[in-house]
Design a protein around this ligand. Structure first.
Ligand code: PBG
Length: 328
């Protein structure tokens, strides 16, 4: 046999060596946990299709936060289930709306929890679309002032970062302007810049009661055949004032995460969505694969692709495994 100088296995020989030369490191600081907040009292109800996830009323958020803080998890992304819906989604910008109440409670009782809000209309409109309808179409320009109004009401209630997910063109600029002209120049925007129209949102729509009453979201969310369009969307949102950009979903879009991360000079966030969570749960239940190992491997792959921050329903488990040294 010819002489062999390079032996890749030398550095794989022990856990000590492997953990020394790892290229991807995880930290609980980079994790965000999505929270579904529901109008009412004393509610903690399980979400079908998302085993282990719940909808909470504001008065029950404290017990969730205690559990998150135990895992050193400090960042949440709020989604709201309001009492009433109408065609304009007006409960999305009420001063005492569900998100606004959750923000006020959290800021007062758990100031150590970092408060991010999803800015969208689909959970608040009676038709379930992410904007104002004109006939059976979502009207982009009519929707923009509503989004600005929602964003401002979140800012006033104490949001610390806003994440618009509606996919209307020009929304980041409109939201930035509304914030700045009301004194919220320091409030960052995390844009759902690269959001695909995806079947992986299925369980979320059950969770948030936001399935469109007719049609789909293909006229505003992205076509999953496209990659360049995603880069363009991210660049455009940054130009409009986005401080961070998101790619969503994560697992089936690692190529997009990588290319966006290569091209943009702002932090890239990945959202591992409800369907990704449900898939791992289902495979684990069937006994096909080990849940914890699937979570570790898929999570690392998202960071390896170039994400700097991850939104995940598994965030508490990931944080626990980081603390235990089982991952990253
Ligand atoms: C709201 C929104 C959705 C998700 C995040 N924000 C649903 C959708 O666009 O239909 C999906 C999150 C998930 O599946 O976990 N527009």
């Amino acid at each position: 046999m010819a002489e062999m100088y390079y032996r890749a296995r030398r550095l794989r020989g022990s856990e000590t060596l492997r953990s020394m030369v790892r290229e991807t490191r995880l930290s609980a600081e980079t994790l965000i946990y999505p929270v579904f907040v529901k109008a009412g009292n004393n509610i903690q109800e399980p979400i079908p299709a998302m085993e282990g996830q719940y909808r909470y009323s504001v008065d029950r958020l404290g017990s969730l936060y205690d559990r998150l803080l135990e895992q050193r998890l400090r960042k949440v992304l709020f989604f709201g289930l309001p009492e009433k819906k109408d065609p304009q989604g007006s409960s999305a910008y009420q001063a005492d709306g569900i998100i606004q109440s959750a923000l006020q409670y959290t800021a007062a009782q758990y100031p150590e929890i970092f408060r991010i809000t999803d800015v969208c209309m689909c959970e608040y409109t009676s038709h379930g679309h992410c904007g104002i309808l004109e006939g059976d179409q979502v009207d982009n320009d009519k929707t923009l002032p509503y989004l600005a109004k929602i964003a401002l009401s979140h800012a006033e209630a104490g949001a610390q970062m806003l994440a618009p997910s509606d996919m209307m063109d020009g929304r980041v600029a409109v939201i930035r302007r509304a914030l700045d002209s009301n004194g919220y120049t320091a409030l960052p925007i995390l844009s759902y810049a690269v959001k695909y129209s995806s079947s992986f949102y299925g369980p979320f729509r059950i969770a948030a009661d936001s399935t469109p009453a007719f049609g789909d979201r293909k006229t505003y969310q992205m076509d999953y055949h496209n990659q360049k369009e995603g880069i363009r969307a991210a660049l455009k949102d940054i130009e409009e004032g986005a401080d961070m950009v998101m790619v969503k979903p994560a697992l089936a879009y690692l190529d997009v995460i990588q290319r966006v991360a290569d091209r943009v000079m702002v932090p890239v966030v990945a959202y591992s969505v409800s369907g990704e969570y449900a898939m791992i749960k289902a495979a684990a239940h069937a006994g096909y694969m080990d849940e914890a190992q699937m979570v570790c491997e898929s999570t690392v792959s998202i960071f390896r692709a170039g994400a700097q921050v991850l939104i995940s329903y598994y965030a508490p488990e990931i944080a626990r495994m980081i603390a235990q040294g089982r991952i990253g």
